[in-house]
Design a protein around this ligand. Structure first.
Ligand code: WT7
Length: 630
């Protein structure tokens, strides 16, 4: 199949696409188009051009018409042990239609952006599907982002509608989401165009009578959406119409609004879910990612439903009430396929095997990992202890930009190697380039690029196509540049070595060092900051921040705490630096460029600093080493 997918992508993808419902067929002469070379014109990709479809229809109505109306679409497990609910495909379809009708009633049209800021409650994937139903473009913002980050995304997306929830309990922590939304709208000032805020009342966290409510702008879901009709006319959209946008961090500047379109994304999300997770109708799949990230889009919401499977949505945290929670859930519902991030595997491994062995986990047949390179020790523990040695592991490499898995094992189809994401998925042509952009052959290590379009690749950055071209295609003309380094071994297996840019991967979350730096210097006493990623036993990478403070101001514990708080409130708690290192001055070249390579070495106590001849002032390094433990 792989061979066929590369030699004749049009035939390959159109045969698969024929299994979906299309209102209008594609133009057979134009199934796959792509240009990755800016010297030959604008970068563009299209799949199934001319066709019309609707992904919500394929996720819901198509399944119902195949007799799956009573099959569970979502099994929801709340934060508390006794909170859960199952929703059938028919029920989800009705709820999606009600919301779609409400959105349409207030004037939302095809192409309009809708921001979703919600915890992992069924209304989150339902909101995504309702937008899709009417052709609106959803922009989910992870509910761990601060008001400031949310405001930035509201402004950039030019959204007029936000869907949210008053509050949520995660573990023992109460998150007051509605207040964050209110401040984000306030912070947005004139740049914010929000006219309607629809709010789910999660009375398990805070009674709705105690939640902020702004007349004319705010609406309670249960007082409005619940009253709408449960049938809704589907908006048929073009295959290349936008389905959603999702912000992600790059090495420079503000987050990029990655835009995904409908047809190719649908086909690829479904196909990777089917083959990589070996998922069949009615199977119970649990992807632990939040819908605020791409993993939750493709493998909580769209992929499982497109396959008629059941997707488990978990609102809580894996260590509440204790670190056995995941396996308790697996046993309670009979989860067959479990997909998570290495950071979670490592943190549960540290808690000891007893929490795992207390549960049978006999329903599990396949395990997956994503988000960062998995160390072989964690891989082996996952395989031996969690999977009782009987479940294959799929280590899936992909990105927000790629929409779905690009390099991944196919379970049990070929031998796996702990720590390797194995081989390219159907239709994917990875290459490894050297710094000069030359393709390396055979066994090699270098920069990971992709040389031909695949169906679910991002099509643009919202409102900034030039930045799309500059960030992904200008570095190596003719190739999509992933930002990752990789090694290819003698069997053709890929080993991802991590980011080669200034993106830090903390617990599988991408954080741009430039964003953390700008959050730090927003503190009035911080004049300069340089942030690097360093190895972290649980999180994969931790954030290490060097800060220069105003001359004459004393560097105190208090100030250090304020600086960390500044990052938490500007970006979100998950981006808080692990270490703050006082730096009266930073190591720079004569032209003023910060030497991050040296900063990384000082941070990880590797004092073999290498070549420091480009340094303008060598004394700076000695001083930083001296101040390391201050
Ligand atoms: C970056 C993308 C879409 C997955 C969730 C994160 C790293 C992702 C792997 C893996 C090694 C991985 C890469 C990539 N990454 N999966 N299996 N092995 N590294 O999506 O936030 O867009 O981050 O995550 O560095 O570029 P994202």
């Amino acid at each position: 199949m792989y061979k066929e997918s590369i030699t004749d992508p049009s035939a390959f993808w159109s045969a698969i696409a024929s299994e979906f419902y299309w209102k209008k067929e594609w133009d057979p002469a134009n199934i796959v188009q792509g240009n990755f070379d800016t010297t030959k014109g604008p970068i563009s990709t299209s799949f199934f051009s001319g066709a019309q479809t609707n992904i919500a229809w394929n996720c819901l109505d198509a399944q119902i018409s195949k007799g799956r109306g009573d099959t569970a679409a979502f099994v929801w497990e709340g934060n508390g042990l006794d909170e859960n609910k199952t929703m059938s495909y028919s029920e989800v379809c009705s709820e999606v239609n009600k919301l779609a009708n409400w959105l349409r009633n207030i004037g939302v049209k095809k192409g309009d952006r809708v921001i979703i800021y919600m915890p992992m409650i069924p209304e989150l994937p339902i909101s995504m599907l309702a937008c899709a139903r009417i052709g609106a473009v959803h922009g989910v913002v992870f509910a761990g982002f601060s008001a400031e980050s949310l405001a930035q995304r509201i402004i950039d997306s030019e959204a007029k509608i936000i869907l949210t929830c008053n509050a949520v309990l995660r573990g023992t922590k109460l998150l007051d989401l509605k207040s964050i939304v209110d401040s984000a709208i306030g912070l947005g000032g004139d740049g914010c165009r929000i006219t309607h805020c629809l709010c789910v009342a999660n009375e398990r966290a805070v009674p709705f009578s105690e939640s902020n409510f702004i007349l004319e702008r705010d609406f309670w879901w249960k007082e409005t959406v619940e009253k709408m009709s449960s049938t809704c006319e589907t908006e048929w959209v073009d295959a290349e119409d936008a389905l959603f946008m999702l912000y992600t961090s790059g090495s420079t500047g503000k987050p990029k609004g990655v835009v995904h379109t409908t047809g190719g994304y649908m086909v690829y999300a479904a196909t990777t879910t089917k083959y990589v997770f070996d998922l069949k109708p009615g199977d119970l799949f649990w992807c632990t990612a939040d819908c605020g990230w791409i993993t939750g889009h493709t493998y909580v919401t769209y992929g499982p439903l497109l396959n008629g499977a059941t997707s488990l949505v978990f609102e809580g945290v894996p260590n509440y009430p204790d670190p056995g929670r995941c396996w308790e859930i697996v046993d309670k519902f009979g989860v067959q396929v479990f997909y998570t991030a290495p950071t979670l595997i490592r943190s549960l491994q540290r808690e000891g095997d007893d929490y795992v062995k207390k549960y049978s986990r006999s329903s599990l047949r396949l395990l997956g990992t994503v988000g960062e390179p998995i160390n072989p020790e964690a891989w082996k523990w996952y395989h031996k202890v969690v999977g009782n040695g009987k479940c294959p592991i799929v280590d899936t490499w992909w990105q927000t930009e790629t929409g779905g898995h690009l390099i991944t094992p196919l379970p049990a189809a070929f031998p796996s190697k702990p720590g390797s994401a194995a081989l390219p998925f159907f239709g994917v042509e990875p290459v490894i380039l050297n710094e000069q952009g030359k393709e390396l052959l055979g066994e090699c290590e270098g920069l990971l690029c992709i040389k031909s379009p695949w169906p679910s690749m991002m099509r643009t950055i919202y409102g900034d196509h030039p930045r799309y071209e500059t960030a992904y295609f200008k570095p190596f003309p003719g190739y999509y540049f992933t930002g990752d380094g990789a090694r290819r071994d003698k069997d053709g297996y890929y080993w991802i070595t991590g980011r080669v840019d200034d993106v830090i991967n903390v617990s599988g979350h991408r954080i741009g060092s430039a964003e953390v730096e700008s959050a730090l210097v927003s503190h009035s006493l911080c004049t300069e900051a340089a942030v690097v990623g360093i190895e972290h036993a649980i999180k994969g990478q931790g954030i290490y921040a060097y800060v220069t403070i105003l001359d004459g101001v004393e560097y105190t514990m208090e100030l250090k705490k304020e600086l960390i708080a500044c990052v938490r409130s500007t970006i979100g708690p998950f981006a808080a630096p692990d270490t703050i290192h006082w730096a009266p001055s930073l190591p720079k070249t004569r032209s003023g460029k910060i030497l991050r390579r040296i900063l990384r070495k000082i941070a990880c106590k590797d004092d073999s600093l290498g070549d420091i001849s480009t340094l303008a002032d060598k004394g700076v390094v000695e001083e930083l080493v001296r101040l390391r433990d201050v």
